[in-house]
Design a binder for this molecule. Sequence first.
Ligand code: AKB
Length: 321
Amino acid sequence: MKKILITGCLGQIGSELTTRLREDYGTDNVIATDIRKIDSPVCDEGIFEILDVTDKQKMQDLAEKYEVDTLIHLAALLSAVAEAKPQLAWDLNMGGLMNALEVARELNLKFFTPSSIGCFGPGTPSENTPQDTLQRPTTMYGVTKVAGELLCDYYHAKFGVDTRGVRFPGLISYKTLPGGGTTDYAVDIYYEALKKGHYDSFIEKGTFMDMMYMPDAIDAIVQLLEADPSRLVHRNAFNITAMSVDPEQVAASIQKVMPDFTLGYDVDPVRQKIADSWPDSLDATCAKNEWGFAPKYDLDRMTQDMLEKLSKKMQNTSMAN
Ligand code: AKB
């Protein structure tokens, strides 16, 4: 991996991944793209190009212009938004992925795209969910994730494209907000803890889902892309997780740092239904064995870092306003 094109670089993952790849591979070797340009270091501190992923010709032109050898395709709608706009979700998630895979095939690029715990459904074993198991999701997001995993495997088997992917759990980060996911309560709770000392969770008490702190997610992408292909029995996509938690546990972890923090509930039936269809905890053994996946942050370590970094960010933002 020497020269990398990223789609969806302004999203929750892309904004941190772009910075990390610029540090590791050199600023001029990372071509960050998104459908819009904003005032952000991601756009200003390196190569940035506007790209709508439904425009395959432009994607190919950019990949050729910059002579990239790797394509990281992140642009997609998350679960709750996809449930509100299922036709758009299909067009964007599948159309964008198909275009990206075609560009990777034609230009012989290494390829990464994320799947999600959303690729599973109510019939999947919910505890310690195996790598290879039943996948019958009941959301449009999940349908696009399963189809995407299969499409990536197909491009590998049929055309020899070096496709790799992970099933991300909920990702928690302080730099960029996630855009319309079911696991977003686990990000919102930290913002509201610092702003108001209280949070009303839209996900019900006792609903367990896998989560991971963003530095571990970024490490996982880089590690998998750099992994020796001869060790990869699986490709699309690996179960990965750092913790399985419910809102009460996240709140208890925050209370260790902020004892006065309180948690209430204002459950959103749409997102609760999605959460109920997803596993409680994944088995990440294949990722550990095949490419050394090893997350560093458990819940309490993540909470300490998240509250520290987020409160600094909020202070800087309020000073700037
Ligand atoms: C979402 O909640 O939609 C995402 C995911 C787990 O894929 N965070």
